[in-house]
Design a protein around this ligand. Structure first.
Ligand SMILES: NC(=O)c1ccc[n+]([C@@H]2O[C@H](COP(=O)([O-])OP(=O)(O)OC[C@H]3O[C@@H](n4cnc5c(N)ncnc54)[C@H](O)[C@@H]3O)[C@@H](O)[C@H]2O)c1
Length: 264
């Protein structure tokens, strides 16, 4: 619980809320007064996370939901409405990232399709199901988690294409939903320490030095940006992308150090 209660009386749905950035977003919004439903393909872990939040005195529930399944998404939205009586904020956090094959031309169709279906179409499915209820709320907001992969080549090309697509979805939905009182924004994280890096922690140490602010991100760094965009503090912000990446994409660290090494 925090002193700031920007979300008192809000009903919030967070996809991919069982762990990582989604769980940090849930904790942040619930800590500021929201009732939060964690919708995750891993139902038991979502329930464990919700239980931990409730043990902290916060309002949280959980539901098993694969954003690849239209009926499951619609059921999760209905579950949030049943639980809180309203839906004010949708946070799209669920995503899928397939490893790149060594050769681009060997990429299997199903890996490309899965990344697009979960990361881009999954967010679309959630927006479509939630929109009428967000419009009814009078203070509705969508915040989607994109990635710096949607801006530059950091590998994982199918995932990156899906993340870039979220920029377009954010802008076109913002245009459609503005007249219905719903704001739609995107957060673009750089590298964040979550379970997505489990078993590859050496990669985190390897890239840390590329970050101008001297560290990789923590889930709470992203949750703070999501809370801002979801709140009335951002009442005149829609259709935008907020990069939260410790300066990674603003500062070309590799170029600057090469110039310095060459004598400036
Ligand atoms: N961690 C990073 O470095 C990083 C960087 C940029 C963007 N992101 C983005 O942040 C978001 C969260 O990533 P994270 O690092 O917290 O990952 P994570 O692996 O820690 O958590 C992701 C959660 O999403 C759930 N999920 C996966 N597929 C799902 C589906 N089909 N339906 C519903 N839930 C599903 C998982 O069960 C898991 O609980 C993702 O959109 C990811 O692309 C992460």
């Amino acid at each position: 619980m925090t002193d700031t209660q920007r979300f008192a009386g809000y009903g919030v749905l967070v996809t991919g809320g069982a762990r990582g950035i989604g769980a940090a977003v849930a904790r942040r919004l619930a800590g500021e007064g929201a009732g939060v439903l964690l919708a995750d393909a891993d139902g038991p872990e979502a329930e464990r996370t919700a239980r931990r939040l409730r043990a902290e005195g916060l309002t949280a529930g959980a539901t098993a939901c694969d954003v690849g399944d239209r009926a499951a998404v619609e059921a999760a939205v209905a579950h949030a409405l049943d639980t809180f009586g309203r839906l004010d904020v949708l946070v799209n956090c669920a995503a899928h990232c397939s490893p790149d094959t060594p050769l681009f031309e060997d990429e299997p169709d199903d890996a490309w399709d899965l990344d697009l279906d979960i990361t881009l179409t999954g967010a679309y499915r959630c927006c479509r199901a939630a929109l009428p209820h967000l419009a009814a709320s009078g203070r509705g907001a969508v915040v989607t988690i994109g990635s710096v992969n949607g801006l530059q080549d950091f590998g994982n090309h199918a995932y990156s294409a899906a993340k870039a697509g979220l920029g377009s979805l954010t802008r076109t939905l913002a245009g459609h939903a503005a007249a219905r009182g719903v704001r739609v924004n995107l957060v673009l994280p750089g590298t964040v320490r979550t379970s997505a890096w489990q078993g590859r922690e050496d990669r985190l140490a390897a890239v840390e030095g590329l970050y101008p602010l001297g560290r990789i991100g923590e889930p709470e760094d992203i949750a703070a940006a999501v809370a801002f965009l979801a709140s009335r503090d951002a009442a005149w912000i829609t259709g935008t992308s907020l990069t939260v990446d410790g300066g990674l994409t603003a500062v070309n660290t590799g170029f600057l150090s090469a110039i310095e090494r060459a004598g400036g």
